[in-house]
Design a protein around this ligand. Structure first.
Ligand code: ATP
Length: 373
């Protein structure tokens, strides 16, 4: 794994092994023969469309659901028969589930009291957790006297109190507004690194998964589609489905017309002949597709050099100002549209290109992804 993206102290030892696990609710297969290793010290994200089985998988790790088949082992020990409260695993819920009648200190201390720790041990642990989650001065407040961000930190402190080997987080930041969410994501990652604990987070938010996770598992219909570091998942998705689910992408279908020097050229109906890197040697006529992310397309008013690979002409039919960038829809000669995103380098009253402008689009072959048709 590249640690140029995130500082990491993960070792290769799997803490958690999920082996061929399935879970059915009535006739619906919520988790389908899923195998996955999660490493010790890793921040791992489960991502996928609604209903794909993320929460069911998380609940099986916590012990709230029992797999119909397969094995879940932690530190080499099968935990199937271990009830939730005896697993060295804790789960932080989206709703936080704080006790409304207990103050912050009481909420954090709850699990420690139940486990029979002494008063001195409890008060020193609570003080440490309060400091770690920046809740100093709020110890005597009840949950209804806290902001959403503060409640989230109390829930986090409470779930860390028993020092679980594995912390499961079910959409932990869903209730926070965008700015607070970004700050909290950074704090969560810093805390996880400091504690060297293994975190598994379920999220709907791709941005969140990229910010915090060392690796992301993308799920669909109860199965794993791809498990990769965020950069690899975005830049080298292994399937058309993963490419379309994770981030925005233009996909042009076509047939192979030639191969040379680790590249193939594909004649697409939408965008003419496009060249893309390939480590395979597909036969002429093979049906494949070229994927290109919208921000990797350069747009200019001038005509592109006719010899350059992957250049197209088109007309802008739509623009959307998004603050840091502008999104364009460009109608190609074929009538199909391409999506382009360009950073807003200048502080300008109007976009550099407007609806009706005729533009050239270009993108180097190395920016493209070869996908199945
Ligand atoms: P979301 O992102 O919407 O929370 P998810 O990926 O977490 O979705 P799950 O909650 O794991 O999805 O649900 C997977 C599938 O299993 C869904 O079709 C859901 O309706 C079904 N399901 C989950 N729990 C139960 C249950 N207790 N009884 C019956 N069906 C269930």
């Amino acid at each position: 794994m590249s640690d140029r993206d995130k500082h990491t102290t993960i070792n290769d030892k799997p803490l958690l092994r999920i082996g061929a696990v399935s879970k059915r609710f009535g006739s619906h297969l919520a988790v389908d023969d899923l195998s996955l290793d999660i490493r010790e010290g890793e921040f791992f994200a489960l991502l996928g469309p609604s209903g794909c089985g993320k929460t069911t998988l998380l609940r099986m790790l916590a012990g709230f659901e029992t797999p119909d088949s397969g094995v879940i082992s932690l530190d080499g020990r099968d935990i199937a028969a271990v009830p939730p409260h005896q697993r060295p695993v804790n789960m932080m819920f989206q709703s936080y589930a704080l006790f409304p009648h207990l103050d912050v200190a009481g909420n954090i201390a709850f699990g420690l009291k139940r486990a029979g720790f002494s008063r001195t041990e409890i008060s020193s642990s609570v003080a440490e957790l309060v400091a770690m989650t920046r809740l100093e001065g709020l110890e005597q407040r009840r949950p209804d006297q806290l902001s959403g961000g503060q409640r989230q930190r109390v829930a986090l402190a409470r779930s860390l109190a028993r020092k679980p080997r594995l912390l499961l987080l079910d959409e932990p930041l869903a209730a926070l507004d965008r700015n607070l969410r970004e700050v909290t994501q950074a704090e969560l990652l810093a805390l996880q690194r400091k504690l060297k604990m293994t975190f598994v987070i379920v999220t709907h938010d791709q941005d969140e998964a990229m910010r915090v996770a060392d690796r992301i598992a993308v799920m669909n219909k109860g199965r794993l589609v791809q498990v990769s570091a965020p950069r690899e998942l975005y830049e080298s998705p292994k399937s058309r489905w993963a490419a379309s689910f994770f981030g925005d992408i233009n996909i042009f279908d076509g047939q192979v017309v030639s191969r040379a020097d680790g590249r193939v050229s594909i004649r697409t109906q939408a965008a003419g002949v496009l060249t893309v890197p390939s480590d395979r040697q597909p036969a002429d006529g093979a049906a494949l597709a070229v994927g290109i992310r919208p921000e990797k397309i350069s747009m200019s008013a001038a005509a592109a050099s006719p010899e350059a690979a992957n250049t197209l002409r088109g007309e802008i039919v739509d623009t959307t100002y998004l603050g840091e960038m502008t999104a364009y829809r460009v109608k190609l000669a074929s009538g199909e549209a391409a999506r382009v995103r360009a950073p807003n380098h200048l502080r300008a009253d109007a976009p550099p290109f407007g609806i009706g402008d005729s533009v050239s689009l270009s993108f180097p072959p190395d920016a493209c992804i070869l996908l199945e048709s």
